[in-house]
Design a protein around this ligand. Structure first.
Ligand SMILES: [Zn+2]
Length: 146
């Protein structure tokens, strides 16, 4: 898992590098730096979520583009959308290969909760936890009880 996250970091850097110079050139330099910081953070968050919750993240390239498009001028939107789509597609292909290789089963535990339908929850637990983000309240309860 640590290795997957390290790889995802490479993908987020690659996306960031391909679009950082396209941020709105008509803002003052300080705002430009802040814009870039926001863009990098959004790329990293997207990759982090892909790495921890790949099966439940629908249309990640669209989500990332929606998050960052406001930092770019109209004239750069198409190029940004393309770069984001390329980068996220590459990251998704990597994640899929990892899922096929079994990186997400066995070694990685599953959330211990049972869903409302009575089936075991298949989501990835939070780091060092037994439950996924949707069921993390169960953990707090069992810890308090213990
Ligand atoms: Zn769960």
């Amino acid at each position: 898992m640590v290795q997957i996250q390290a790889c995802m970091y490479q993908y987020s850097r690659a996306i960031y590098r391909s679009i950082k110079d396209l941020v709105d050139p008509y803002v003052d330099p300080e705002t430009g730096i802040e814009y870039r910081r926001q863009v990098l953070e959004a790329c990293e968050q997207t990759m982090e979520r892909l790495a921890t919750d790949p099966l439940y993240f629908a249309k990640p390239e669209r989500a990332l583009f929606q998050d960052i498009r406001r930092y770019f001028p109209i004239t750069a939107q198409a190029q940004v959308a393309w770069a984001v789509s390329e980068g996220v597609t590459a990251a998704c292909a990597f994640i899929e290969s990892q899922i096929e290789a079994g990186a997400f089963d066995g070694g990685v535990s599953r959330c211990r909760a049972t869903t409302r339908k009575g089936k075991p929850c298949q989501r990835t637990p939070l780091p060092d936890r037994d439950y996924c983000p949707s069921h993390q309240h169960l953990e707090t309860r069992s810890r308090v009880a213990a």
